[in-house]
Design a protein around this ligand. Structure first.
Ligand code: SF4
Ligand code: FES
Length: 255
């Protein structure tokens, strides 16, 4: 199949950037979107043109490195699919595709389709871990965890930190990511001692990074390749309000 690609090219953070048009001819329908770009890049390199920069690592939908907008939809719009797992058979011969980086103030463009997601790292650094002593492996096995809670925590832990939720949100909000990274700890017994401190510090770190506010558009859940539910945002808000003494627990919760 033959495709027309309109790709965002930006040499660096200071460059204004522009859309450039490329023809992708003879695309194998069984190749992935990134493999299609690899072939386009080989052609560009042969012509002495700088290849299109994009992030990738596992190409198996598990590492969270890849991601960009295709025709205005994060990861291209296939249900629960990262762009590395999106295959060209889902497009039609002659399609025109507009390929752009994540657009969010907190994710500045580094080059072409690559953005900096270090804001996510700083949110996790602020509390996305357990620092209390949880004992050794035998003790962990003696701590009962209800199956329903273990399953919920695992659902949240599926977040791969790709950033699609932020990119698709009209507000550029990071609530889905932050709530997932908080909930997989706050749901488990080992996460309880620091639960409210974690809620405070992660929400405040998120706000410092310049992400927008959540207005319940739920666009984030719609594009999330791991199906992270907006229910986790409600859970995060409850923990945050309780930490401030403004929720059901009227006394501010401290660890
Ligand atoms: S919540 Fe989903 S879309 Fe957002 S960073 Fe995690 S995996 Fe990506
Ligand atoms: S390259 Fe790892 S999730 Fe896409």
């Amino acid at each position: 199949m033959d495709l027309i690609l309109h790709v965002w090219r930006q040499a660096g953070p200071a460059d204004k950037g522009r859309i450039e048009r490329y023809e992708a001819k003879g695309v194998n329908p069984d190749s992935s979107f990134l493999e299609m770009l690899d072939v386009v890049n080989e052609g560009l390199a042969e012509r002495g043109v700088e290849p299109i920069a994009f992030e990738h690592d596992c190409r198996e939908g598990i590492c969270g490195s890849c991601g960009f907008m295709i025709n205005g939809v994060a990861h291209g719009g296939m249900h629960r699919t990262t762009v590395c797992q999106l295959h060209m058979r889902h497009f039609k011969d002659g399609d025109e595709l507009w390929i752009e980086p994540w657009r969010a103030k907190a994710f500045p463009v580094v080059k072409d389709l690559v953005v900096s997601r270090t804001a996510f790292d700083r949110i996790v650094q602020s509390g996305g871990f357990i620092s209390v002593n949880t004992g050794s492996a035998p003790e962990a096995n003696l701590t009962p965890v209800p199956k329903s809670l273990a399953d919920r925590a695992f659902d949240a832990a599926e977040c791969i930190a790709c950033g699609a939720c932020v990119a698709q949100c009209p507000n550029g909000a990071a609530q889905l990511f932050t709530s997932a990274k908080m909930s997989h700890l706050n749901l488990l017994p080992q996460g309880q001692p620091e639960r409210y401190e974690r809620a405070l510090s992660m929400v405040e770190a998120m706000e410092r990074e310049g992400f927008g506010a959540c207005s319940n558009y739920t666009e984030c859940e719609g594009v999330c390749p791991k199906g992270i539910s907006v229910d986790f945002i409600a859970r995060m808000n409850r923990d945050y309000l309780n930490a401030k003494g403004k929720g059901e627990l009227k006394t501010p919760m401290k660890t």
